[in-house]
Design a protein around this ligand. Structure first.
Ligand code: NDP
Length: 330
């Protein structure tokens, strides 16, 4: 049974050397337990934070122990009356081909309602992050302008489409021409900016958002956030959802001092952790599912094959290799 462990804490950008591939005997489920076979593995930027030895909203990974993330697994043996062989479950599970579980924290998923992989993306944590970030902090109103960074990614592509559903002007920021075309064509963004080829982001945002920015859904932080802040309208809201441009930095960052602008415009900037809103997951998932059924919400996945590919798929998030949700199929 193959396992992937954290070998050492990455310095800067993670590399394959930070991961250890090991094996163990096949686990045997005890009374009340299940044997699970890993099918789909979610790799996510926030896992980089868990590789640091720092206190956060979720405990750090330990060196020499298996990594974990959102996984869809098949029940291949069950000694637990709540689950039967052939069920598929979704939960925070270890990077192992097979593992046992007592069933706590696992949710059954039904492939009749949606493809199983969708429960790791648009109907899973990334879709919920987009929906609840906009709902709880963005409070987006019809006719407003929504700016989204990481716009071709799992969270950003859903956030932008929700903006369109709500009747807003939506502008996306992403890192390649292909992604720019895609978010405009597949996800109906009104305009898009390639931050890798744009020398003056402040000006580019101003041009793409002639009425200013009412809500900025920030997935990247850093210089793109700085450029967005100076374009915010009075009573604008900034959702600090992610800061991937800073996750691999080794020193604390400082940025331009724009506080007077924030004060003058009464800007609200708030950090957001989707797990603080677990009680809202059910209705949010229902709404996302309904929009999918009605063909209002599309999604993209980048699917990488093979258990051994999990670390590289994770590293490639920082290389912008994914369009939509990055998933490993085992
Ligand atoms: P994505 O699918 O968006 O994948 C990451 C993308 O980030 C890459 O494809 C790349 O796209 C972009 N990126 C990588 N490096 C940089 C950089 N230096 N500057 C700008 N963009 C970069 O991931 P997710 O949708 O899963 O996550 C998006 C953000 O949301 C992350 O910051 C994540 O941590 C956060 N998040 C927060 C949650 C919460 O509860 N607060 C929950 C889930 C996610 P490109 O080619 O455009 O550069």
């Amino acid at each position: 049974n193959k396992i992937i462990e954290l070998k050492q804490r990455p310095t800067g950008k993670p590399s394959l050397n930070d991961f250890e591939f090991t094996e163990e005997d096949m686990p045997q489920p005890k009374d009340g337990e299940l044997l699970l076979q890993t099918k789909y593995v979610s790799v996510d930027p926030y896992l980089r934070g868990r590789m640091r030895d720092e206190k956060s909203y979720i405990p750090p990974f330990e060196i020499g122990k298996p990594l974990e993330s959102g996984i869809i697994a098949e029940v291949v043996e069950s000694n637990n009356s709540n689950f039967k062989k052939g069920d598929f479950v979704n939960g925070m599970l270890q990077w192992k081909q097979f593992q046992t579980s007592n069933g706590n924290g696992l949710n059954k998923v039904d492939r009749k309602n949606a493809p199983l992989k969708a429960y790791l993306g648009v109907l899973g944590l990334t879709g919920l992050t987009a929906y609840l970030g906009l709902e709880k902090i963005g409070k987006l109103q019809k006719g407003e302008t929504l700016l989204v960074s990481g716009a071709a990614g799992a969270v950003g592509s859903v956030a932008g489409q929700i903006g369109k559903i709500k009747g807003c002007r939506v502008v996306g920021i992403a890192g390649s021409e292909e992604k720019i075309d895609q978010i405009k064509e597949k996800f109906s963004f009104d305009a898009a900016i390639n931050y890798k080829t744009t020398s003056n982001m402040k000006k580019a945002i101003e041009t793409a958002c002639p009425n200013g920015v009412d809500v900025y859904f920030d997935n990247v932080g850093g210089e793109i956030l700085d450029a967005a802040l100076v374009n915010m309208n009075k009573f604008g809201r900034v959702i600090n959802c992610g800061a991937i441009s800073l996750y691999n930095k080794t020193e604390t960052q400082t940025g331009p001092r724009v506080e007077p602008l924030l004060i003058k415009n009464s800007i609200l900037m708030q950090g957001f952790i989707v797990r603080d809103f677990v009680k809202d997951f059910g209705p949010a998932q229902k709404q996302l599912g309904k929009w999918m059924e009605d063909d209002k919400l599309n999604y993209l996945e980048t699917v990488v094959e093979g258990f051994d590919s999990i670390p590289q798929a994770f590293i490639d998030l920082f290389n912008g290799k994914n369009k939509g949700k990055m998933i490993v199929v085992v």
